[in-house]
Design a binder for this molecule. Structure first.
Ligand code: NOJ
Length: 576
């Protein structure tokens, strides 16, 4: 990225530079966005919890990796009942992570390195410690304070039964009963997630106004976009109707309701009031791509996470179907696709792809599933190149660039994730992908915490992680880090190929091969035999070493530049 393009302009409010001038409004369309789970990225003050000081000290690492933006998972004050997705104040920073001033400095320092900042907003629910919820509890039934939430009387004798049994993505009931000031059982309130995360009532004007103000608060500080948590859940059926057996489009009482589009139109108007593009990225887990795509309009969200691809098994036909479906659906709305291999909620790719069933579904997570880590690592390397070659934006979850596996042997008493507890211990939960990163050295905390650390990492790191440190991998040309660095360097040229277009080439049922423009070819071999590569093409990068005959080994991807050679005729042309 051209440093001049990012020359900052002065902010009247802070007296310091906050917004890029001469900004490229298209920056987000092919951006590489690196997800930081703040608690686990780097610990600057040595208390065992990652923080903003830690991130600031590692910005050079992120610049060298070659990213365009950071997405920070929630960094606000929070009791951390759900890893920060229980926000008690949307306009400040968690004291364990630092201060608002540090966040402002971080946004500017990153920008000076060409890295934009995307923050997480959590509109569906707040923490039960949020001032509004505390006020609602204190004000009692029938009060205006309770109208901002979903308080209802219970069913049955004495109101002892919850108002309904809407399902929770976290298992268990979605209503909790309150206690009145005199100690008697009171009303119930709705929480689609944990009881510590009461749902807001998005039909209330205060709720809408407040979130638009929160967006402005952060955009004023130079934030380049927001990732919208649980973006499909905000609006609920006020009649509290049960979930139909096979809900048709827009018929689910708590998901993807048509009125939701008005909320995001208002948000887009706020974002469009700022220079450059302040991007709105939806976390939309929706089974139907048409309903998903309906959020991506010029006056709504810019992009949304493509979870379909992430959930598919390591299989050529499955992944091709997902790519086709994704590109086809995005083309008419002119929104770029997104490619995501993992995040802080799902099993790490190195582990997932090393399993007999390499698909992903929250409901299928179990302890003790056999994993071939070597195989998983090969496939994760191949997948990294496959996704980085596709048109659109790319998300990288911290630690995937090091090839970190899911940590599956965290002692039970140290697990923190409510998904584990609410499943009554059946689901191992999400702690295994949230273990603090290893940076250097041969023993825990592997450089995660500063030298004079007083606290242990908040989740224990496996003792064999010395092989995964940034320090170790930076010196190993065969490491996952070396692969990511090389890939992101080359990707800048690929992204510049104006091709929202890919052309599939037919190299057999166990290969995915496509061309972008005339100058770039990506081939992934899913077979257990090596695959002959088109002759005369220049190898740009491969996830594994080619065989002595120049063939692409199983479970690997190669990037090539065709040279004066007619490749096989394209079978299909895709426009995205
Ligand atoms: C999605 C987030 O990614 C996840 O971590 C969180 O638990 C839920 N939304 C609830 O906020």
């Amino acid at each position: 990225m051209d440093a001049d393009v990012l020359a900052p302009s002065a902010s009247p409010e802070l007296g310091v530079p906050i917004a890029p001038s001469g900004d490229d409004p298209q920056w987000w369309r092919s951006a590489v966005i690196y997800q930081i789970y703040v608690r686990s990225f780097a610990d600057g003050n040595g208390d065992g919890t990652g923080d903003l000081a830690g991130v600031r000290s590692r910005l050079g690492y992120l610049r060298d990796l070659g990213i365009d933006a950071i997405w920070f998972t929630p960094w606000y004050p929070s009791p951390l009942a759900d890893g920060g997705y229980d926000v008690s104040d949307y306009r400040d920073i968690h004291p364990d992570f630092g201060t608002l001033r540090e966040a402002e400095l971080l946004i500017q320092e990153a920008l000076a390195l060409g890295i934009r900042t995307i923050i997480d907003v959590v509109p569906n629910h707040v923490s039960d410690q949020h001032a509004w919820f505390q006020a609602a509890l204190a004000a009692g039934p029938g009060s205006p304070e309770r109208e901002r939430f979903w308080f209802r009387d219970g069913e049955g004798p004495g109101g002892d039964e919850p108002p309904n049994h809407w399902p929770s993505p976290f298992a268990g009931e979605t209503w909790t009963r309150t206690t009145n000031a005199d100690g008697t059982p009171g009303q119930w309130y709705l929480h689609l997630f944990t009881p510590e995360q009461p749902d807001l009532n998005w039909n209330h004007p205060d709720v809408r106004r407040e979130h638009e103000e929160i967006l402005k608060f952060w955009f004023d500080r130079g934030v380049a976009g927001v990732r919208i948590d649980s973006a499909a859940l905000l609006i609920k059926d006020e009649t509290l109707a049960d979930v139909p057996e096979n809900p048709g489009p827009g018929e689910h009482p708590t998901q993807d309701r048509d009125e939701l589009h008005d909320v995001y139109r208002a948000w887009r108007a706020v974002a469009d009031g700022y220079p450059g593009t302040r991007v709105l990225v939806g976390e939309l887990w929706l089974p139907e791509i048409d309903r998903f795509i309906a959020y991506l309009r010029p006056d709504e969200l810019h992009t949304a996470f493509n979870f379909d691809f992430l959930a598919r098994p390591w299989d050529a036909a499955e992944l091709r179907a997902s790519i086709d479906q994704t590109l086809t659906a995005h083309a008419p709305v002119q929104a770029p696709s997104t490619w995501v291999l993992s995040n802080h909620d799902v099993t790490r790719p190195v582990t997932r792809y090393g399993r007999h069933d390499s698909s992903f579904a929250f409901l299928n997570k179990r302890f003790g599933v056999h994993t071939d880590r070597q195989l998983g690592t090969r496939r994760a390397r191949a997948a990294a190149l496959l996704t980085a070659a596709l048109p659109g934006s790319l998300y990288i979850y911290q630690g995937d660039e090091l090839g970190l596996p899911e940590v599956e042997d965290i002692p039970l008493e140290l697990l923190q994730d409510p998904m584990h507890f609410r499943s009554r211990g059946v689901d191992p939960g999400r702690d295994g992908c949230r273990v603090p990163l290893p940076w250097s050295g041969s023993a825990a905390p592997f450089g995660f915490s500063s030298e004079h650390a007083t606290g242990e990492p908040w989740l224990p790191q496996p003792s064999d992680w010395s092989a995964y440190t940034v320090e170790a991998e930076a010196h190993d040309p065969g490491s996952m880090l070396a692969l990511y660095r090389a890939a992101l360097r080359i990707r800048r040229d690929i992204a510049a190929i104006d091709a929202a277009d890919i052309e599939w080439l037919d190299l057999g049922p166990d290969a995915l091969a496509f061309r972008r423009g005339d100058g770039f070819l990506c081939i992934t071999n899913f077979a257990d035999q090596a695959l002959a590569l088109p002759s005369g093409a220049e190898l740009l990068l491969a996830s594994e070493e080619l065989s002595p005959q120049g063939e692409l080994p199983p479970d690997s991807t190669a990037w090539l530049r065709p040279q004066h050679v007619a490749l096989e005729a394209p079978t299909t042309t895709r426009k995205a």
